[in-house]
Design a protein around this ligand. Structure first.
Ligand code: SF4
Length: 492
């Protein structure tokens, strides 16, 4: 299996393969139900959860509204604290900056803290192309990397693997990357954790460059915050001489006090903990403590385009807790790989098509990867109305793909596979604006109802194969209304 998501098929195709794998479904069901139940208990402990959720939403919305100002403030504060700020418009630019900075140190390997932003940019593969090896140090990311696999969950990237599979990966792959797995390794959690600890320890002690993301950036001080559970992040952030952090521009909070909200909502929503085990914060560089050199790469990569969309921009509030994944009935069955992105589940279904556009098959299919049940909105600690954005993006997909220039006009190019839907919508629009024709059509449909097929032909069969087509009534509603209530408007 490739380590990247390039060239993934559309969601329905990928999901069809995934749901036929009983081991995968068993692993996912067990894991998502365990985490979601624990989260519910952790959230229920707080009387002011609703107020915290509203506060988080407001802080994020305020920050996004004034993002230009806060970004400048972050740059000034980080620079004043001894760091260097770089701006990356897209993934390619971010990767090129990081590769250059690593080469300038003379090193050819880096240790990494778990980071969604660098997964989004495909940093490991870009560094490899430049002769630099990146070692993932988060336990689940290590499992994914050793298994030449792809992450399938934001918080638990190896959620699709069970303990036996992890033991086999450690036994066969660890020696390729460094210290081999201990002899006779079993699948008990303690032994697996110890094998990973020993394997990683030599890398922590050797590495001179660390690469991280950040959960938050505090604008007023230029402080970056990483929350994690294993301590690997603390090692990567403090031991190397050079630290490079790649952070999405939406990760800003204006003030230290704002962390009071998110450091309560994030751990409870993600790992169901009251408090995060390791919360590391750093501001530029400090004499005789931590890295001597600090670089911050601020990543756009589609975020300002997302910000321009009045409905879709709420996706930028996301604090990557993954609560929406763990309650989603579609994610539970299809698994994370089917979403073709480092952002799986409900948040991935609204974020990826906005960051990458809806021009590809996989991105145009993602807004449909939902039953719109609304469970994701209920659990989201920053109240992102994911169903609302999904419907909005469906509209965008049906209306057209990317804008293209035709002569001196810019038009929306029809998205692939949606021509029939567009034609159906146009026909419906015409019928509803021609009441006489609509009435005639309804009467005709009622009179010929015994001749109607029970299943749809062609691609429509996929829909009618698992549902009953609604029966056409013997009498159209408007005729029934007129017959039983008298006049056209219902007046007797
Ligand atoms: S959308 Fe909400 S629930 Fe989902 S990962 Fe982001 S913050 Fe968490």
């Amino acid at each position: 299996m490739s380590g990247t998501f390039v060239g993934m098929p559309a969601f329905p195709e990928a999901a069809r393969t995934a749901v036929r794998n009983p081991t995968l479904r068993g692993n996912l069901r067990h894991a998502t139900h365990t985490i979601r139940d624990k989260r519910a208990r952790a959230v229920a402990e707080l009387d002011d959860w609703a107020a915290l959720r509203e506060a988080g939403k407001r802080i994020k919305d305020h920050t996004l509204r004034h993002l230009d100002r806060y970004l400048v403030q972050v740059e000034e504060a980080v620079t004043a604290a001894g760091g260097t700020v770089h701006w990356a418009a897209d993934a390619q630019e971010a990767n090129a900056i990081v590769a250059r900075l690593v080469k300038e140190t003379g090193e050819s390997e880096v240790v990494k803290v778990k980071s969604m932003a660098t997964q989004e940019t495909g940093l490991n593969e870009a560094l490899e192309a430049e002769g630099i090896r990146a070692y993932e140090t988060d336990l689940a990311e290590l499992i994914v990397q050793l298994g030449k696999d792809r992450p399938s969950h934001i918080l638990v990237p190896a959620i699709h693997r069970n303990r036996g599979e992890i033991r086999d990966i450690f036994r066969s792959e660890m020696s390729e990357w460094g210290r081999p797995a201990p002899e006779g390794l079993t699948d008990t959690p303690a032994e697996l954790a110890e094998a990973a600890r020993l394997h990683l320890r030599e890398k922590f002690l050797r590495a001179r460059v660390g690469v991280s993301g950040a959960n938050f950036m505090v604008a007023e001080t230029g402080t970056l915050v990483v929350v994690e559970s294993e301590g690997n992040g603390r090692m990567c952030l403090t031991l190397p001489e050079t630290l490079i952090s790649v952070v999405g521009i939406e990760k800003i909070v204006p003030k230290w006090q704002d962390l009071e909200v998110f450091l309560q909502t994030l751990p409870r929503s993600s790992t169901a903990e009251r408090m995060n085990p390791y919360t590391s914060m750093w501001t530029g560089t400090t004499d005789e403590d931590g890295p001597r050199t600090f670089h911050l790469v601020l990543l756009d990569n589609g975020r300002t385009d997302t910000l321009a969309d009045e409905v879709g921009r709420q996706a930028l509030r996301c604090i990557r807790c993954s609560a929406c994944l763990n309650v989603c009935p579609v994610y539970e069955r299809a698994g994370g790989h089917a979403y073709g992105s480092v952002y799986p589940g409900p948040i991935g279904a609204i974020l990826s098509p906005q960051l990458r556009g809806t021009g590809s098959e996989i991105d145009a299919s993602l807004p449909y990867a939902s039953s719109l049940c609304g469970a994701c909105y209920e659990v989201c600690p920053v109240a992102i109305d994911i169903p609302e954005v999904l419907v909005h993006l469906r509209e965008r997909v049906v209306q057209g793909g990317p804008a293209v220039r035709r002569g001196n006009r810019v038009v929306l190019k029809p998205a692939r596979g949606h021509a029939a839907e567009r034609a159906a919508m146009r026909a419906a629009q015409w019928a509803f604006t021609h009441p006489g024709a609509l009435r005639t059509g309804q009467r005709l449909a009622s009179r010929t109802r015994r001749l109607h097929p029970r299943t749809l032909p062609g691609p429509g069969r996929a829909w009618s194969g698992s549902r009953d087509l609604p029966e056409v009534p013997a009498e159209p509603f408007r005729d029934w209304w007129q017959r039983t209530r008298g006049g056209k408007d219902g007046a007797k």
